[in-house]
Design a protein around this ligand. Sequence first.
Ligand SMILES: Nc1ncnc2c1ncn2[C@@H]1O[C@H](COP(=O)(O)OP(=O)(O)OP(=O)(O)O)[C@@H](O)[C@H]1O
Ligand SMILES: [Mg+2]
Length: 243
Amino acid sequence: MGSDLFVLDDIQAGYGRAAPVLRGFSVNVPRGSIVCLVGPNGAGKSTVLKVAAGLLKPRSGRILIDGREATGFGPQRMLAEGVALVLQGHSVFREMTVEENVRLGAYTVKDKAKIAERIAFVKEVFPVVADRWGALAGLLSGGQQKQVEFARSLMVDPAVVLLDEPSMGLDPKATGAVFEQVVRMRDAGTAVLLVEQNARRALETADIGCVLDLGRVHISGPASELLADPQLGELYLGGRPHV
Ligand SMILES: Nc1ncnc2c1ncn2[C@@H]1O[C@H](COP(=O)(O)OP(=O)(O)OP(=O)(O)O)[C@@H](O)[C@H]1O
Ligand SMILES: [Mg+2]
């Protein structure tokens, strides 16, 4: 794992006049790593990703991309700086083909050769995308649609991808496949900040884990250490591991 690529530092953020949801939240995403954020419903996980993607401006704190100041950037600028977001739930356009969905991800890219290069790349990383290229996206299974969303997010060659609950609504087999694809994204050179309800499974996949509670980091460290922590298991991971 490399140096810190994407940093949120001491972030306070919330909605309107309400009390802040994030109260001094910090996370570092090193190059070449999967960082997983877990925590109970309403803890603020999606809020972290909204701040990270520039959709919600923090009230205070800093955002750094590869050491460069990115605090206050909006979503377009964040994307241009290499931060791509894949939303919670399904976000493929069902009435469009897989190809059309994937090409949408490159709408900011003008260079045709670059687009062709990225298409070849995402087809290699996600075989379903290559196999079902001309099919309507709505005809694919939930797990396959997720791969189309991942492929779309990689069209801009992002430095870091933010994934909000990629396993939501998927059966255990499809969930396993999605986590495999997340590993492929990392191995292909994209760092990943992953939010998951499926905490145990996500920590088994991630390099670094971070538990969010009451708007702050409750505990963070190597994912394997978090998995082995008995207290954490009881509180956040749905009991002890089945051996
Ligand atoms: N658009 C919004 N306007 C006002 N409050 C919001 C908005 N989005 C989220 N919140 C509030 O912020 C808090 C954190 O929500 P968030 O969606 O970040 O939680 P989460 O950890 O992603 O939860 P889940 O596991 O259910 O997805 C909640 O109390 C929620 O009600
Ligand atoms: Mg959420």
